[in-house]
Structure formats: structure tokens, C-alpha cells
Design a binder for this molecule. Structure first.
Ligand SMILES: [Zn+2]
Length: 399
């Protein structure tokens, strides 16, 4: 309806609001300046002087928004952004083969967990036989994708021996970072154990497709750090492959790496320098988490999309309160003489019609044989929403 505020439409469609978007961009920009010690804005952000004029500025506004976000506020140490490539382009980078797909797996969603497990095991056995290859399973995890990160590595040697390692990755940490640290830890371990193994072959397994995709285009400090790890590992191995495998497909050892990562995140965390790109992800995730906290009704996926158009309209109008029921029509549009329901007992609102109005008692009982609360009727699973829409339709109410 025309009267529905944009703010409500945004939250109902679960679209990031313009305000949130602005705040997120502002916070990211502020972080960028913080990571550029030579920029003019860097100084202005750090020495915010009072000034004579009560004028708003980027430095002031972004500080205000930062104060409202505890997680971002706590981040103190940033790795300075590089102004040029850290290694000259003519210097050869150590190479590693990255395989971000398994040929037989078309899409993760097309297969059951059991099929995924079978396909993955077969692929691994054909390409990296246990008896010849060192297999390093890696995994990373972070609480709510923003804090207390941990990484785990689980190693299977060709002779059947196993080793495991669990490390912490910092108070402020994204899932991406935790996954990356797991791979680096695997490389470090490999560099340590391979010198004593002649013609070693090793495969590092990760379920993070996004990390593997990004590894090839890494720049700056991340690249340098990784290259150092690669160098040792590459020098001492005959073949080194980084292979993607599907997550939680029930391969026992991969599950073990997952629990090692969680153990790592339980260790006492340290403050570590963060990269601008990481903080950007953390800003995004922390704002998403905040949104979810303030909209508990959207705890599960919204079932409204499974209804037909008429049903969707009904639910949407009942949720927002911007509908053709008398209360809204009379109060907002000044239509009709009263906002009272035809039963004369109370204002005609969504709650009155769905829960209390005696006129619809029989109809209500034919649809729900027990008492159901408003939240379930308006935000519950699809079949509940369908019932609500059915009541309105059968009662002949035009919402
Ligand atoms: Zn009534």
C-alpha cells in the first residue's frame, strides 16, 4: 500500500537498507584511511580536533558510526596497505597447482551427502592414492564469521601415521582468514616434514572454494606470506597440489579437521594485525549479525515466497499493518466513520481479526484446532502462512 514506509519494505524483503549500506561503506572507507599511514585523512581521523565550526565531516561521522559497532571499534592494528607490488614482477613466484573443482561433482546441491562422499573418495583414491601421497586436510572456522577464529590441519602419511594441529587465528577473524591460515599451517608442516622424505608428493585439501579461487590473485602481504610457505614446501616435494573438496560430506578426516579448527578457536586468542580486506568482510558480517538480532522473526528462511501472489500480498499487508482493515483506513486515510470492527468490540487490526474477533471464531477453529500465536501466523513455516491467507480469503475480508 502507498502508506507503507520504505524502512518496513526493506526489512520485510530482507534487503540491506540504504542507511546500513551507507554506514557500511563509511566504516570501510574509514578503515582504508587507517591502513594508509601517509594519507592526509589518516592524520585527520586520528587527531580529531574540535574546530570552531560545528560542521559535519567524514572524520566525525565515521567515528560516530564506529562507536556504535563494538567489534570494529576494538580492532586496533591494521597492516598498512601497500602502494606497490611487494615482489618485483620479474621475480618468479613459486608455483603450486590449484584444483578448485572435482570433475565428477557438477554442483554440490545436485548430490546427496552420501553421493558426495563417494564421489570425493573415488576421486581422491584415483588421483592421490593413499600409499603415495601425503594428504593434509585443512579447515578453518570463526564464531559468527567475525570473532575467535581457529584453524585445523589433519595429516595422513603414506605409511598410515597421522598428525594433527590446531591453531588460533585471532580475536577478530573472518572465515576466509581462518581457512587461509589453515592452508598456511599445512604448508609450514609440510616444509618441516618433507626434507626427510625423498620425492614426496603432497595434496592439501580444503573445503573453502572461495579461498582457493582467490589464492591465484592474491597480492601484497598475504601473497608474500603465502609464497614463503610455498617455497619451502615446493622445494621439498616432487608434486604439490591444492585440491577443493565439498564441506561436510562425511569424509571422517575432513570432519576431524573441522573439529580441530573449532578447538583452535577455543585457545586463548591473541590480537593480530588485520588486513583492510579482512576488516571489510568483518564489517559486513557484523552488520548482518546485528540485523538478524534485531529481526528475530526472520530466524528461519521466510516461507512467504512459497505462497501464490495473492497469499504473499495478504501476509505482507497483515505484517506491516498497512492494509485495508478499518483501523488503518480510518486512522491514516480518514476513510469510513470508525476504526472499530463490525463486531463493535475493538479496532479492526490484523491481531483482532486473526486472534480475537468473535465473528470469525467458527472459521478460525475450522482452520486451527488449537491456539496459535500471532508470530507463527505471520512469520511461521509456509503451511501456517497459507492457513492465515486462507482465513482472510474465506472470511471475505479485503486486506
Ligand atoms: Zn471484530
Amino acid at each position: 500500500m502507498k502508506s507503507t514506509p520504505i524502512r518496513i519494505m526493506e526489512s520485510q524483503s530482507q534487503i540491506e537498507s540504504m542507511l546500513d549500506r551507507r554506514d557500511r561503506k563509511l566504516l570501510a572507507e574509514r578503515t582504508k584511511y587507517k591502513a594508509q599511514p601517509t594519507s592526509k585523512m589518516h592524520k585527520r581521523i586520528n587527531n580529531l580536533n574540535k574546530g570552531r565550526l560545528k560542521r559535519s565531516s567524514f572524520a566525525k561521522q565515521s567515528k560516530l558510526i564506529e562507536t556504535e559497532n563494538e567489534i570494529i571499534q576494538e580492532i586496533k592494528n591494521l597492516t598498512p596497505l601497500e602502494t606497490h607490488a611487494s615482489t618485483p614482477p620479474w621475480e618468479k613466484q613459486p608455483q603450486i597447482e590449484i584444483r578448485s573443482h572435482i570433475r565428477t561433482i557438477e554442483s554440490k546441491h545436485k548430490h546427496s551427502d552420501l553421493e558426495l562422499k563417494d564421489l570425493t573418495s573415488t576421486y581422491l583414491n584415483e588421483n592421490f592414492p593413499k600409499e603415495e601421497w601425503i594428504r593434509l586436510y585443512t579447515d578453518g572456522s570463526a564464531e559468527n564469521a567475525v570473532t575467535n577464529g581457529g584453524s585445523g590441519v589433519y595429516i595422513e602419511m603414506p605409511d598410515g601415521k597421522t598428525t594433527e594441529s590446531s591453531i588460533l587465528t585471532g580475536t577478530h577473524c573472518s572465515n576466509y582468514r581462518a581457512e587461509l591460515e589453515a592452508i598456511m599451517e599445512a604448508l609450514t608442516i609440510l616444509g618441516r616434514i618433507t626434507p626427510s622424505i625423498p620425492q614426496a608428493k603432497a595434496v592439501i585439501l580444503s573445503d573453502s572454494w572461495s579461498v582457493l579461487e582467490k589464492l591465484e590473485v592474491l597480492r601484497g602481504a598475504e601473497r608474500q606470506q603465502l609464497a614463503k610457505g610455498f617455497k619451502n614446501a615446493v622445494q621439498n616435494t616432487q608434486s604439490l597440489v591444492l585440491q577443493w573438496i565439498p564441506a561436510h560430506c562425511g569424509i571422517e578426516v575432513n570432519e576431524r579437521a573441522d573439529s580441530l579448527a573449532k578447538e583452535g578457536s577455543q585457545l586463548e586468542q591473541i590480537e593480530r594485525d588485520l588486513m583492510y580486506s579482512e576488516v571489510k568482510t568483518i564489517i559486513k558480517n557484523s552488520m548482518k549479525n546485528k540485523w538478524k538480532e534485531s529481526h528475530p522473526e526472520f530466524n528461519r528462511q521466510d516461507g512467504v515466497h512459497q505462497l501464490d501472489r495473492r497469499g504473499q500480498t495478504t501476509i505482507f499487508r497483515l505484517r506491516t499493518g498497512h492494509n485495508r482493515l478499518r483501523h488503518h483506513m480510518n486512522r491514516v486515510f480518514k476513510v469510513g466513520e470508525t476504526n472499530l470492527c463490525s463486531c463493535g468490540e475493538a479496532a479492526e487490526t490484523a491481531e483482532h481479526v486473526l486472534q480475537n474477533c468473535q465473528t470469525y471464531d467458527a472459521l478460525r477453529q475450522s482452520i486451527w484446532n488449537e491456539a496459535v500465536d500471532m508470530t507463527t501466523k505471520l512469520y511461521g513455516p509456509p503451511h501456517e502462512l497459507e492457513r492465515t491467507a486462507a482465513l482472510i480469503a474465506k472470511a471475505g475480508i479485503a486486506v
